[in-house]
Design a protein around this ligand. Structure first.
Ligand code: GLN
Length: 486
């Protein structure tokens, strides 16, 4: 079972040397899942049989002389990515038995490089939420402290990596859903630049904000996953045709010559003192590595939650119109008319948060309100992007917390939607601006919960992010620290 805790890069070298096989590694990971999954609940669907068959296949390919960049590595993906061989539920009853007829581009890319896909991971329904409590198929738990949230919406993607149930995972990030659970579970998570990674086969939540990205045990693994999933895809009109650099090449270059901005608006009264302590020490580590630290103002930060909670629901209300009981998923069979069938299927299939967002979004887009809400929000979105454009004239990176607090108890904020929405305040802006951002583990709270540090950079500057994150990782002394589960 010990192999389940390897990083991708460590496993690659053992596999290359012939000290480990894909089947052996997959068996270790499956044994680990068997041992801890009752407590962690990372998975919605697990296909052990297919994973083992696939591992045997890649072992055979290696014997014949072929090995892709992820050859034999067991990974899992958020259940919002279409897979031809496993159902894709999006954490929703409405898609409980939906198996897509095609694979997402990122799934194809993983498999083309020899990855062994183990299963599909728990998430908030249609990626709407910050705790994964809105999942219709069980709530993932934080591996570091029983009864605590893993974060969301890619909660299963984070708990899975932290609990050694896969070597790496994919998540999606519309307003923080990769970075926030990564921070709360003590793993590395990156939201790439909008357009860097194909969204073909990513079930849409808010199309102008959604991006797919990796969650991994360390920064070098994040670079490896980014090398595999990035790049132009003619099947996604928002993907950008731009060369993919080798993300692993510059990790060890140090921070000399780089300027890091600390935004004053991200360190306000609502920030938990332990989070502030850890993040400030992370900033000191960047200075220690040679970076120059400067303060910056991002004056429109305070509007980002309001802007996001208009734009994201507006786009969601349109994207989710397709779940009509005719073409996808659950259908009410007792309805007397077509309209009644739509309404009863959607009422039964969607959970409360999804219904709430559809209502808000439909309202914000309706004639008479469009100018006051959606249009206004889009205009303020431009101002938020311009804040960042101005910041890049002064610096290469922005360092901040990811989430204002460490993880909280399951159920603690379920009745306080405002508190949940506000907890996204530090991650949303990157999606509104389309810039890359990541979370790297920087320390722990007194009660043993991990705390991540957020790094943001200008469009397509993922390399700078990874380089800074690597420097934090080298100094923070938390790499390799694992939760005690069994
Ligand atoms: N927590 C945010 C929301 O509920 C972000 C979700 C996400 O990034 N998918 O919308």
């Amino acid at each position: 079972m010990k192999h389940a805790a390897l990083t991708l890069c460590e496993a690659v070298s053992l596999l290359e040397q012939g000290d480990l096989t894909a089947v052996g590694l997959t068996e270790s990971v499956l044994a680990r899942i068997e041992a801890v999954e009752k407590r962690i609940h990372s998975f919605i669907t697990l296909d052990a049989e297919r994973a083992l068959a696939r591992a045997a296949e890649v072992d055979e390919q290696r014997r014949r002389g072929w090995a892709g960049r992820l050859c034999g590595l067991p990974v899992s993906v958020k259940d919002v990515l279409c897979t031809r061989t496993m159902r894709t539920t999006c954490g929703s009853r409405i898609l409980e038995n939906f198996t897509p007829p095609y694979d997402a581009t990122v799934i194809r890319k993983l498999e083309d490089e020899g990855a062994v896909i183990i299963g599909k991971l728990a998430m908030d329904e249609f990626a709407m939420g910050s705790t994964s409590e809105n999942c219709a198929f069980g709530v993932p738990e934080n591996p570091w402290l029983p009864g605590y949230v893993a974060g969301g919406s890619s909660g299963g993607s984070a708990s899975c990596v932290a609990a050694d149930e896969s070597l790496a995972t994919l998540g999606s990030d519309t307003g923080g859903s990769i970075r926030q659970p990564a921070s709360l579970c003590g793993v590395v998570g990156m939201k790439p630049t909008y357009g860097r990674v194909s969204r073909y086969g990513l079930v849409a939540f808010a199309s102008s904000l959604d991006q797919v990205g990796p969650l991994t045990r360390d920064v070098a693994d994040c670079a490896l996953m980014m090398n595999v999933i990035s790049g132009y895809d003619p099947a996604d009109s928002t993907s950008v045709n731009r060369e993919v650099p080798d993300y692993g090449a510059a990790l060890q270059d140090g921070m000399r010559g780089l300027r890091v901005c600390v935004p004053v608006e991200y360190f306000n009264d609502g920030l938990n003192p332990e989070v502030e302590r850890v993040v400030r020490s992370g900033i000191d580590m960047l200075a220690d590595a040679g970076a120059e630290i400067v303060e910056v103002s991002l004056p429109h930060t305070e509007y980002c939650v309001a802007v996001y909670y208009l734009i994201a629901p507006a786009e969601a209300s349109s994207n989710l119109a397709r779940y009509d009981g005719v073409r996808y998923g659950v259908r009410d069979m007792d309805a007397g008319s077509l309209l009644e069938m739509y309404s009863r299927s959607r009422s039964a299939g969607f959970g409360d948060e999804v219904k709430r967002r559809i209502l808000i979004g439909t309202y914000a887009l309706s004639a008479g309100y469009y100018d006051a809400y959606y249009k206004k929000a889009s205009q303020v979105r431009t101002l938020i992007r311009e804040d960042f454009d101005r910041a890049w004239q002064q610096c290469d990176l922005i360092a901040s917390p990811v989430c204002p607090t460490p993880a909280w108890r399951i159920g603690e904020k379920s009745d306080d939607l405002m508190a949940l929405y506000l907890s996204d305040i530090l991650t949303i802006s990157a999606n509104l601006a389309g810039i890359p951002a990541m979370s790297v583990p920087a320390g722990f709270s007194g009660s043993g919960l991990p705390i991540g540090m957020q790094l943001q950079a200008a469009h397509f500057n993922e390399e700078v992010l990874l380089r800074a994150a690597w420097n934090v990782e080298q100094r923070a002394g938390v790499r390799g620290r694992r939760p005690e589960l069994v």
